[in-house]
Design a protein around this ligand. Structure first.
Ligand SMILES: [Zn+2]
Length: 347
């Protein structure tokens, strides 16, 4: 009878545009299982059902039941109101004011914490000491879009509007291509998965000599693959992306004085073809400036392996915080949604 066991499962859910990843762990953060659904959460009307089904499938795969759940933490690519558990705006998912936290809490009868996916990942990396005992850490998530999560003195930094770390929309080239946010030449336009794919497609459409595919839209995966094979157009795009990523790393270090910048997200899964241009650009900065050499030591960059599940583990850490808050609050309010995730710490 699973219902007689003490609930001991923390569920971390990473909701993306093209997949839902669930990580299950026990309350000592030992991994129990991971489960990935290779389709996105879809529009807001079905999203709660899809996320719930992904969690139920993960529990079943782990030989567990919903009665074993202590708490759920969800990372979403967008702007959230953690206190309400509401996703206020997730452009890539098409969600607007979705009360995801209360709906999942009502369904599973456990506390649910919601946070921006990259910030959740940053909190999780810090709590699990991915870079050792550093009190400060920046995580730069480079996927379809780009944003950063920053932990300062052990506390996740959200900012006054929950926009802290949205550096994907920092303008790098004022005359650059138009971004979905309305500005021109945003960091995302040059270095995100979408931006890299669009730059490659523009080169193909302009008739440039390239080995990039011409029978379907170009993706960042194509560009890194062809760059590794010596395609000049692809190499130009990945070298530029690397320079911009290096600049972002430098800016994160100079702004927050973090010891390390962790890189993760789909684009970074290209591995060496992704990292080499970044390293070259960082070396260029170091060669020019003693201050840059001090700020950017050789181990400043920590590249996550593709199977790191940073988003899912971030969700697990959110869940642990939500479970602890509930345990220390009135035990009779077990199904409430936890307050702001800014309380997420490494403790
Ligand atoms: Zn933008």
């Amino acid at each position: 009878m699973t219902g007689t066991r003490t609930p001991d499962v923390l569920a971390g859910i990473d909701v993306g545009g093209s997949k839902i990843a669930v990580v299950l762990a026990d309350t000592d953060l030992r991994p129990l299982d991971r489960h990935v659904i290779p389709t996105g959460a879809g529009d807001a009307g079905y999203a709660v059902d899809r996320i719930a089904h992904a969690l139920e499938a993960a529990l079943e795969q782990a030989g567990r039941a919903t009665a074993d759940l202590c708490a759920i933490g969800v990372g979403v690519p967008g702007r959230v109101e953690p206190g309400q558990g509401t996703v206020t705006l997730a452009v890539n998912l098409g969600w607007h004011d979705l009360p995801l936290g209360p709906r999942l809490a009502a369904r599973f009868r456990v506390p649910v914490a919601i946070e921006n996916d990259v910030r959740a990942a940053a909190a999780g990396l810090h709590a699990r000491r991915a870079t050792g005992d550093d009190a400060d850490l920046a995580y730069l998530g480079i996927g379809t879009g780009i944003s950063a999560g920053v932990v300062i003195d052990g506390v996740l930094h959200r900012g006054s509007r929950g926009l802290a770390g949205e550096i994907g929309h920092v303008v790098l080239e004022p005359d650059g291509p138009r971004c979905a946010c309305g500005l021109r030449g945003c960091f995302e336009a040059f270095a995100s998965g979408r931006g890299i794919g669009e730059l490659a497609q523009a080169a193909v459409d302009a008739g440039e000599a390239t080995s990039l595919p011409t029978d379907r839209p170009c993706t960042a995966v194509d560009v890194y693959r062809q760059a590794a094979r010596g395609d000049a157009v692809s190499r130009r795009i990945v070298e530029a992306a690397g320079r911009y990523v290096a600049r972002a790393i430098h800016e994160l270090v100079m702004t927050y004085d973090v010891r390390r910048v962790v890189l993760g997200g789909g684009v970074t899964h290209a591995g060496t073809p992704f990292l080499d241009p970044v390293t070259r650009a960082l070396d260029g900065l170091r060669a020019m400036s003693e201050l840059a050499r001090e700020a950017l030591p050789p181990d400043v960059v920590h590249l996550l392996p593709p199977d790191a599940d940073a988003g899912g583990w971030g969700g697990v850490i959110l869940a642990r915080s939500a479970a602890r808050r509930t345990a220390s609050a009135d035990a009779g309010q077990a199904a409430s949604v936890g307050p702001a995730a800014r309380e997420v710490t490494a403790s």
